[in-house]
Write a protein that binds this ligand. Structure first.
Ligand SMILES: Cc1cc2nc3c(=O)[nH]c(=O)nc-3n(C[C@H](O)[C@H](O)[C@H](O)COP(=O)(O)OP(=O)(O)OC[C@H]3O[C@@H](n4cnc5c(N)ncnc54)[C@H](O)[C@@H]3O)c2cc1C
Length: 367
């Protein structure tokens, strides 16, 4: 049986695990990532919207966290692209949020960092021709953006981690986090032997509740993609469409990602007729011209949900175990800020005041 020692072990190598591993390595740490299966990672499944405004997250520490991360995205992806020579697919394209019912107020709270514009039907059709007949208007959020997580970001992170010298072991399952009465983790039991480190970071996404008693649950999402036919001279969509029950995310090469269902069915895998029907009918109602585009792919995955829909970040009940889980619908958006805050905490003991809002002990009264 393997027995290994490393300075820091990341338990889980999805989007958050890889982002944190790269940041720690860039700051000089010795890092190992142990991960079961990247194909199941939500980081590969998501739509890649960087959408704190379109998601209408109310003013809160969560909104501050999301906005801080959105502001980091350009430099963070450039740095990863420089290390690897790969394209993450970051695209500050803005997000258009069409609606079918006129809202009571067409003014949203805004700051210089969060501009938003209400567009009446004529104006929204001018900005985006081809929207469905039911659209009565909508908001334009110019600072929201997207990244091609599925084909760009996660691969770039993986290669960056490898090139920087992070040890990544794929295909390994952590079965137990062994703890001592002195509030420390002593080792990890895995299907490939035991592993030890000075510090451990839990980044197991939707599966986190299987290893620790923390409230993280799977929220399933089904997705699909279509492709713009070759006879279109230019891309018909140049911005994300964020509808009330559907989103349509155009990539720069003509792929269009459509999502997503939101289902509480545990880890039940697979696609359902109901899920597909909801995606297809919702997409055709919002943007009817895609009804003749070619379907490319269908897939599904599990968002890591928490009771207050906010992530669990920072200290745990064990001195040498840090948590970075529960990113729910916004983990792709939150990857750079999570990496930064967690590296500050693990390497320098610095707890940013923002991090304090996301401590795991906020749920203790729930137990
Ligand atoms: C349908 C859908 C659409 C989404 N759209 C967006 C979006 O547009 N924008 C956005 O910001 N976010 C979006 N998200 C959310 C985002 O994808 C997640 O919040 C984020 O990927 C979570 O990252 P993670 O690293 O915590 O988990 P994951 O990426 O799921 O990675 C967890 C990893 O841990 C591994 N693991 C688990 N248990 C073990 C174990 N015991 N031993 C070893 N390894 C283990 C798994 O194999 C997996 O590789 C979406 C999610 C879904 C499902």
């Amino acid at each position: 049986m393997m027995k290994q020692h490393s300075e820091i072990i990341l338990i889980g190598g999805g989007l958050i695990g890889l982002s944190v591993a790269v940041e720690l390595k860039l700051r000089g740490a010795t890092v190992t990532v142990l991960s079961r299966n990247q194909q199941e990672a939500a980081g590969l499944v998501g739509a890649g919207m960087l959408a704190p405004q379109a998601e209408q997250i109310p003013p809160s520490p969560m909104l501050d966290l999301c906005l801080r991360s959105r502001a980091l995205y350009k430099d963070w992806t450039s740095k990863l692209e420089e290390i690897t020579g790969l394209d993450t697919g970051y695209w500050p394209c803005g997000i258009l949020a069409p609606v079918y019912e006129r809202p009571d107020s067409t003014i949203l709270p805004q700051t210089p960092d969060t501009p938003s514009h209400w567009l009446e039907r004529d104006a929204i059709l001018h900005q985006q021709p081809g929207l469905g007949d039911d659209v009565v208007g909508g908001w334009w959020f110019p600072q929201d953006a997207q990244v091609d997580n599925r084909r760009g970001l996660i691969k770039t992170l993986q290669i960056a981690a490898q090139e920087l010298g992070v040890k990544i072991i794929e295909g390994i399952t952590i079965e137990k986090i062994v703890t001592s009465p002195h509030q420390t983790v002593t080792e990890l039991q895995t299907n490939q032997g035991t592993f030890r480190a000075e510090h451990y970071i839990l980044t197991t996404g939707a599966w986190s509740g299987e290893l620790l008693s923390i409230p993280v649950y799977p929220r399933k999402g089904q997705m699909l993609s279509v492709r713009v036919p070759n006879d279109f001279k230019s891309l018909p969509l140049q911005q994300v469409l964020f509808g009330s029950n559907i989103y349509i995310v155009p990539r720069r090469d003509g792929l269009i990602v459509i999502g997503a269902t939101s289902e509480t069915v545990g880890f039940t895998s697979g696609l359902t007729p109901n899920g597909m029907e909801m995606l297809l009918s919702g997409a055709m109602q919002l943007y009817p011209i895609l009804k003749d585009f070619t379907i490319q792919e269908f897939w599904w995955g599990f968002r890591p949900e928490t009771p207050d829909l906010c992530p669990i970040l920072g200290r745990s009940s064990w001195d040498n175990l840090t948590l970075a889980v529960g990113h729910y619908r916004n983990g792709i958006l939150l990857a750079p800020v999570t990496a930064q805050l967690i590296a500050n905490w693990v390497l320098n003991g610095q707890s940013d005041p923002l991090l304090e809002h996301f401590r795991s002990d906020r749920f203790q009264t729930l137990k």
